[in-house]
Design a protein. Structure first.
Length: 578
């Protein structure tokens, strides 16, 4: 997944808010790909980067000075130059916040970086509102015409949209929200136990082929759910209050706006119905026909996450990918811009973020949890997207629905490497990944439906939430999932993110189907798609690159048919007998 870090509410769906720029002037605010200067990636090594808390008092003093100058109205050029300087300081704040967050995620017992991350989160929430105030004051002043010419229409439009998504009224609520998220992250790394023959056992100690251990599994998850689920209930109630203070009747509508979506919750619900009709039976058919073969192939393989690195290197050099993708991987490896491996105190997650000041993407994967090369390929799709992104501004936005196609699309294009990695089991491992993608669509829709229902009833007791989740999951996946939803950290950190896995996975499956017929065409589509990095619309971009609108087209049906044909499944897509 992409990690949305310190974007602030005004930068809806920004995944990395600002970079330190070396020069000021009109080019600073040009954000279209064809207008942007070449990206320069800093020659840095993450292991040697120093963390220094930014001087927040000095930053706020600059904003005070700028506001005073706007009020006085006699220092236009000086004020606009100071505004650029403030943006650079916010970039530094965002960069330091990313470093603190990564180091805390590497060791969740590190109280220093935990405190720093929370402190900078709080500062960013307040600064975001101050930047809205300053930007609005400049635009309404005698400097307004010069500011618009300097910043460009896109920057101003983003300010106008995003300023509605934050307010000083919600600052304290936002700070409490982030504290609860941090509490969740720390507690989620806790090993919960149950007792077996007088000894405490964890989930890793269980043999789930034994009925007695299955009972212990549910006992452990019930305890885990009780604690993490209570945090979620508090977050839901807090977030509903935030949305109301901002004038929204529905938190779901607010969250969709915050994520910069150009589709509505109603669009997502209609899409979900198509998914249930056409792809749920396909998931069942794949499972029924191939589960035993897939499980046997997975048991035989000794291919690890780390084994995927040289495979990815060779594929990017020799597989028809843009040269910049190989450059991005080399940059990551040579500059230690990644954290792989596991450990008891490492956050159980995989994400990619950006060290803005350095234009340096960073990949984080706990390989105790994510053990196969597919996760590397997925996250590298995000990494490459950040690598191309270059300098971004305070209110630039990265579209999550497109970003997940970057990652899942690379996963399917890397199927060409499976025979070298897995030998005779390659087809079954590929089928496993296709099954995972189909399940991503189903799960993305299920979790969105679950969240929509919960936020409509924010006082819902936890036991009702668990029952609701079990019922919805049964509808999509064919079996109930009662307690384990609390492990989906997106619910806690970025509400309503999860449906992006569904919309993007459908597009990735369409790309896979295209590659079956014409790989060169699919590669061209992927290359074009990855050039869209910031300040772009999801549905408009799909149209430009040659992918289908999943809401208004028959894309879901066509993907189901392609899966049915290629995997030789019985029955027809949409048939419950499949």
């Amino acid at each position: 997944m992409i990690h949305r870090r310190k974007a602030g509410r005004a930068a809806a769906a920004v995944l990395a808010a600002c970079l330190l720029f070396s020069a000021c002037g009109p080019n600073l605010f040009q954000t279209q790909a064809e207008e942007r200067p070449p990206v320069v990636h800093a020659d840095v090594d993450f292991s040697t980067l120093e963390y220094t808390r930014p001087d927040l008092d000095a930053l706020n003093a600059k904003i005070d000075t700028a506001l005073e100058q706007v009020s006085a109205g006699d220092k236009e050029e000086e004020t606009l130059a100071l505004y650029d300087d403030i943006l650079a300081d916010i970039s530094e704040l965002d960069t330091m916040s990313a470093i603190a967050g990564i180091r805390y995620n590497i060791d969740l017992t590190d109280e220093y970086y935990e405190a720093e991350e929370l402190a900078l989160d709080e500062a960013y929430t307040r600064l975001d509102n101050r930047m809205n105030e300053l930007t609005g004051a400049i635009l309404e002043s005698g400097y307004g015409k010069a500011a618009r010419a300097r910043w460009g229409d896109g920057f101003v439009e983003r300010y106008e949209v995003n300023s509605k998504l934050n307010s000083p009224e919600i600052e304290e609520l936002s700070i409490r929200e982030q504290a609860l998220v941090s509490e969740y992250q720390k507690l989620s790394a806790t090993e919960y136990t149950a007792e077996r023959d007088g000894e405490a056992v964890t989930l890793n100690d269980l043999d789930l082929t034994q009925e007695s251990d299955i009972a212990l599994y549910y006992a452990i998850y019930e305890k885990r759910n009780a604690e993490l689920g209570q945090i979620y209930r508090e977050l839901v109630q807090l977030r509903v209050e935030i949305a109301k203070k901002l004038g929204y009747d529905s938190y779901t509508d607010y969250a969709y706006d915050l994520l910069g979506r150009d589709f509505t919750k109603e669009d997502a619900a209609a899409f979900s119905e198509k998914v249930k009709e056409y792809l749920a039976p396909i998931s069942d058919a794949i499972y029924n026909r191939y589960y035993s073969d897939i499980a046997a192939a997975q048991a035989r393989t000794d291919v690890t996450f780390d084994d995927g690195i040289p495979v990815l290197e060779q594929a990017l050099k020799n597989g028809g990918y843009p040269a910049a993708m190989s450059d991005a991987l080399t940059y990551m490896l040579e500059h230690n811009l990644y954290s792989f491996g596991g450990g008891a105190n490492k956050m159980a997650a995989g994400y990619t973020t950006l060290l803005n000041r350095y234009a340096a993407p960073y990949m984080f994967v706990n390989t105790d949890y994510y053990t196969d090369p597919g996760t590397l390929f997925h996250e590298f799709g995000h990494y490459y997207n950040f690598y191309l992104m270059g300098e971004t501004l305070w209110n630039d936005g990265n579209n999550l629905d497109l970003a997940e196609i970057h990652s899942q699309g690379l996963e399917v294009l890397m199927f060409d490497t499976y025979e070298d990695m897995y030998g005779e089991d390659a087809s079954y491992i590929e089928y496993a990944q296709l099954m995972n993608l189909v399940d991503s669509v189903l799960q993305g829709c299920a979790e969105d439906e679950f969240q929509q229902a919960v936020f409509e009833d924010p006082d819902m007791p936890l036991d009702e939430m668990n029952l609701l989740h079990a019922q919805i999951y049964q509808d999509y996946m064919g079996y109930p999932l009662v307690y384990e939803w609390v492990d989906i950290h997106h619910h806690f950190e970025t509400p309503f993110y999860y449906v992006s896995y569904a919309t993007s996975a459908v597009s990735a499956l369409e790309l896979w189907a295209d590659a079956l017929e014409n790989r060169d065409k699919a590669m061209q589509i992927y290359d074009k798609l990855t050039q869209y990095t910031i300040n772009v619309e999801y549905l408009e971009t799909l149209k430009k690159v040659g992918l289908s609108d999943p809401f208004s087209s028959d894309c879901v049906q066509r993907v189901a048919q392609a899966l049915n044909d290629e995997m030789q499944l019985s029955g027809k897509p949409g048939s419950k007998a499949a």
